[in-house]
Design a protein around this ligand. Structure first.
Ligand SMILES: Nc1ncnc2c1ncn2[C@@H]1O[C@H](COP(=O)(O)OP(=O)(O)O)[C@@H](O)[C@H]1O
Ligand SMILES: [Mg+2]
Length: 371
């Protein structure tokens, strides 16, 4: 089932001071963003949908990232932004990548779509290597099958182009033979799919709100009929009141089209509702990776725990008394006993050395976490 976006009637401006959610008004009435949709409430309804989820996650690996290193600057004095990360993304899942600003999340996304090159390691898509030198045919294929949605819908849309051009640009590149009539028809459908009016095609981006612009960005991706979408902080720049709508739209699209997402965010509370698995990244290193429920139930790495402790509590009393954990990387003594990537519980991975592994196992035993 879709999110509430598809099940509830759209908002209309009846008069400047009166807005109403109704199916009864003419569908051409100007649509407006509803006021103050509580993100928590909408996310909750999203979570309920997830409970009766029809979503199918297969055991087919769609994306494989192996020992990926990405660096910037000169070869003599490189800045290593991604320091050997490995993870797989299964077909149909939403794989969350969370970490503070500057930790390398966008760099990983851009490495997958081949904007950043891999200094070491490799990336595979449907079993084929897509990092390094690849054939023209494969490049053409992944240009269509992998799409990216960007953080800032204000900056990522070309101000001088009409919506029509923005949405169909990728399609024109991949299908130059397509007739204008067919392209127009696809643009109209793509706009409808994301909850916008086909008439918007002839307008310019500045005429739209942030939420509508992000929908245009989503339409631009969906029109390509991709299999895999990298959503890089897609709601971080939006008003709180419309974040849930865009999240629900992304979930609905995933269920209808069997899409696979790499969802990037600095916000663990958003991840909890959208991601099936979460990888926590700190300064270019993935420190922990587990199913979402598992990560929230048994967070082990001190950096994961620090991120969790920073999530605001809905209850003001517990918010007042909560203890903010601060992560100090100096607590790790990795000079002799080196860290490695360990599966500490089934499907729960952590970066730690032997000494820490023993401590984490003890902690799990104390908490009664049976295997
Ligand atoms: N093109 C670039 N040239 C130099 N440094 C870069 C470039 N892109 C990113 N970086 C650096 O790499 C690190 C990771 O950046 P980024 O992947 O954008 O982080 P995040 O998306 O997690 O906020 C940051 O220190 C950033 O300054
Ligand atoms: Mg980023």
């Amino acid at each position: 089932m879709g999110g509430d976006l598809l099940e509830r009637p759209p908002y209309f401006e009846v008069s400047p001071t009166h807005k109403a959610r109704t199916w009864l008004l003419d569908p051409r009435a100007p649509k407006v963003e509803p006021p103050n949709t509580s993100i928590a409430k909408a996310l909750e309804s999203n979570a309920k949908h997830a409970a009766v989820n029809t979503k199918k996650i297969s055991d087919e690996k769609l994306v494989e990232v192996k020992d990926l290193v990405v660096q910037f600057g000169s070869n003599r004095k490189p800045f290593v932004a991604v320091k050997g990360v490995s993870f797989d993304i299964y077909k149909g899942e939403t794989f969350g990548l969370v970490g503070e600003s500057g930790s390398g999340k966008t760099t990983i996304g851009r490495a997958i779509i081949r904007i950043n090159s891999a200094a070491k390691g490799e990336i595979r898509f449907k079993g084929e290597r897509i990092s390094g030198k690849i054939s023209k045919e494969l490049d053409h294929k992944i240009t269509q099958e992998i799409q990216m949605i960007f953080q800032d819908p204000m900056a990522s849309l070309n101000e001088r182009a009409k919506v029509d051009y923005i949405v169909s640009e990728g399609l024109m590149n991949i299908h130059p033979e397509m007739s204008k009539a067919e392209r127009d028809q696809r643009v109209a459908q793509a706009l409808l799919d994301v909850g916008l009016l086909p008439e918007f095609a002839s307008r310019f981006p500045h005429e739209f709100s942030g939420g509508q612009r992000q929908r245009i960005g989503i339409a631009r991706s969906l029109i390509m009929e991709p299999e895999f979408i990298i959503a890089d902080e897609p709601i971080s720049a939006l008003d709180v009141s419309i974040r849930a709508q865009v999240l629900n739209l992304l979930s609905a699209m995933q269920q209808q089209r069997g899409l696979t997402y790499l969802f990037i965010s600095h916000d663990l509370s958003v991840m909890r509702f959208i991601a099936d698995r979460i990888a926590v990244i700190h300064k270019g290193v993935i420190v922990e990776l587990a199913d979402t429920e598992e990560l929230f139930a048994y967070p082990l790495h001190p950096y994961t725990r620090a991120l969790l402790s920073a999530i605001p509590q809905p209850d003001p009393r517990s918010e007042k008394h909560k203890v903010l954990e601060v992560y100090d990387p100096a607590i790790h003594n990795y000079t002799v006993d080196k860290p490695r990537w360990v599966e500490i519980r089934p499907k729960h991975y952590i970066t730690c050395n032997e000494h820490e592994l023993a401590q984490y196992q003890e902690k799990l035993a104390r908490e009664g976490a049976a295997e």
